[in-house]
Design a protein around this ligand. Structure first.
Ligand SMILES: [Zn+2]
Length: 568
């Protein structure tokens, strides 16, 4: 591609709306253009990146024996009603009506559509396993679309689904996809980690996320430096250090005016935060529940939701709290809570405390010396504490560490969740009707482009991995009027194209400074500069974007140098 014939439009200023590095750089380098909140055009350079990602994914999926299909963006409500997800998905799902007033979804995912396809065409165990995938646009009506294409309302995903005759084979398919994902992300050149994850809205019994490691990542990964345990913090389990739980033996009601936080309370009573227990009130599927945990720790609401098997969970509002407990926010506690008809769950950490300070269910009052069993009885002990750095590995007991990541892939073992709900069956070896055992496997295709930038950039711009760079090589003739130089540049351009190297020549009649700036900003892996001074000595300059120093090489050796750099 010649620069003068391309639609490349870089910005000099940082775009104001961008909150993250990748969002900023994608706009600035002219990869994407915002159309509306969470909706983007991919400009030619950006789309080239996406197509290279698609290509890698497609090659590896095909190698693994998966077959590509294409399902529609629009799917009828009836399919979603079969599994109950028409209501479960809530406002995240874009819905439209046709002219006959029939409901359709703009697919956020395709389990229902594919299960419907397979139940029609697969009737016998002889046709199994089947792994089908598509690369398709998906829609999610995010509350707050942000970070550019990282959290968009319309994005491209690769979604795959496996169908097997039994659990044993389904686990093999799951493993096959897990291994394929490792290959895909390695080929892209990511530093990444596969971690245990929550199954969320997709459901199923086990899942893993593929996280690109980046300090700017939104997700927190808890991992063990000693063994292979790694999990999304949403899912992370572990043991926490037993401490505190000494708040006197005698139950005492204490006046605590103007005291709101755990720290204030502990200071006031000359105790430690871990001697207190906080009680949080939630609405779970419409009813109020109370959850207690040690005062110095945070709650993990996803673990809570799973532990109590709630479909909908949210914090109780101030009004709901006053109505039900007669006390304002901040004074909830376990003593006499049952009489108010509120179910009480306590975390393991509370079960380990001898005595504790708790809210008094009355404005400006707390209780000290509260003893479990004597002063309150829980309905159930659960695990709801958010695991953090310094807690202990659930596998080997060593201290856990943390790092930040960006989720780019997710594999789920689904079991029969969808096939059962949709009565998707086949005949087994004995002629008996059985439901399929399924798995599903997603990759955020467009998100990968953003994640690659979050992992690879510097103060001048993007540093693309060669595998997905918009062009692998940029040739910069410094002065377009220096004929010998530009002649060589164009000859090199043709030679590289001949060798299937993806090359662009910056043939604009602008200052070298502008050309260098743009080439660094867009992040082409290799830059070849043809300047008059070097060229008169038979030399050109080759610089790898990821390295600080350029190298001056004989012009006859430049192609070898480029090939070596691309392999780098
Ligand atoms: Zn461990």
């Amino acid at each position: 591609m010649k620069w003068t014939e391309s639609l490349i439009s870089t910005l000099r200023e940082d775009p104001k709306e961008a909150e993250t590095i990748s969002h900023k750089l994608m706009l600035k380098a002219g990869l994407i253009m915002k159309v509306a909140s969470g909706i983007y055009n991919f400009l030619p350079l950006g789309w080239k990146v996406v197509l290279k990602i698609v290509n890698i994914i497609r090659e590896e999926m095909n190698k693994a024996g998966a077959q590509e299909v294409l399902m529609p963006i629009l799917s009828p409500a009836e399919l979603w009603q079969e599994t109950g997800r028409w209501s479960f998905y809530g406002k995240e799902m874009f819905r439209v009506k046709d002219r006959q007033d029939k409901d359709f979804a703009l697919g956020p995912t395709h389990e229902e559509v594919i299960t419907d396809m397979v139940r029609k065409y697969v009737n016998s165990y002889r046709q199994l396993p089947q792994i089908l995938y598509q690369i398709q646009v998906k829609f999610r009506d995010e509350i707050r679309p942000r970070f550019g294409i990282m959290r968009a309302r319309e994005f491209i995903m690769k979604d795959a689904y496996s169908f097997d005759k039994d659990e044993e084979n389904a686990k093999k398919s799951y493993q096959r996809m897990f291994d394929t994902y490792n290959k895909i992300f390695s080929r892209i050149g990511f530093k990444f980690r596969a971690v245990e994850a929550d199954t969320g809205a997709i459901g199923g019994t086990s899942s893993a996320e593929f996280m690109v490691l980046a300090d700017t990542g939104e997700e927190t990964i808890v991992y063990c430096p000693n063994c292979d345990y790694a999990a999304n913090v949403e899912k992370a389990e572990g043991k926490i250090e037993k401490k505190g739980g000494n708040a006197g033996e005698k139950l005492e009601k204490i006046h605590t005016p103007e005291i709101r936080t755990v720290e204030e309370l502990a200071n006031f009573l000359k105790l430690k935060p871990e001697d207190t227990a906080k009680t949080i009130l939630y609405m779970a599927d419409g009813g109020m529940i109370a959850v207690m945990m040690r005062g110095d720790r945070e709650i993990n609401e996803i673990k809570l939701k799973n532990a109590i098997k709630a479909n909908e969970l949210r914090l109780a509002t101030a009004e709901e709290i006053v109505n039900k407990t007669k006390a304002p926010v901040g004074f909830a506690g376990p003593v006499n809570l049952k009489e108010k008809g509120i179910k009480l769950y306590i975390d393991n950490s509370v079960a380990e405390m001898e005595t504790m300070v708790c809210g008094g269910n009355e404005k400006d009052y707390h209780y000290s010396g509260v003893k479990r069993g004597r002063d309150f009885k829980e309905d159930k002990i659960i695990d709801v504490i958010k695991i953090q750095k310094g807690d202990f590995c659930p596998k080997c007991g060593k201290e856990l560490s943390e790092q930040k990541g960006i989720e780019v892939g997710h594999v789920f073992y689904l079991g029969d969740k969808y096939s059962k709900a949709m009565n998707a069956t086949f005949l087994d070896e004995k002629g008996k009707s059985k439901v399929f055992v399924m798995g599903c496997y997603g990759i955020g295709v467009t998100r990968i482009a953003a994640a690659a930038i979050e992992q690879n950039y510097d103060e001048n711009g993007i540093i693309w991995p060669v595998s997905i760079a918009p062009f692998e090589v940029v040739i910069i003739p410094v002065n377009m009027k220096y004929k010998e130089g530009t002649d060589f540049a164009f000859k090199l351009y043709e030679d590289l194209k001949e060798k299937n190297i993806d090359v662009i020549i910056d043939d604009r009649d602008v200052s070298p400074g502008v050309k260098f700036k743009d080439s660094d900003l867009i992040g082409f892996p290799i830059r070849v500069v043809i300047g008059e001074k070097n060229f008169k000595n038979g030399k050109v300059e080759v610089k790898l974007r990821k390295e600080k120093q350029a190298e001056v090489v004989e012009k006859e050796k430049v192609i070898d140098k480029i090939i070596e750099g691309l392999k780098g």
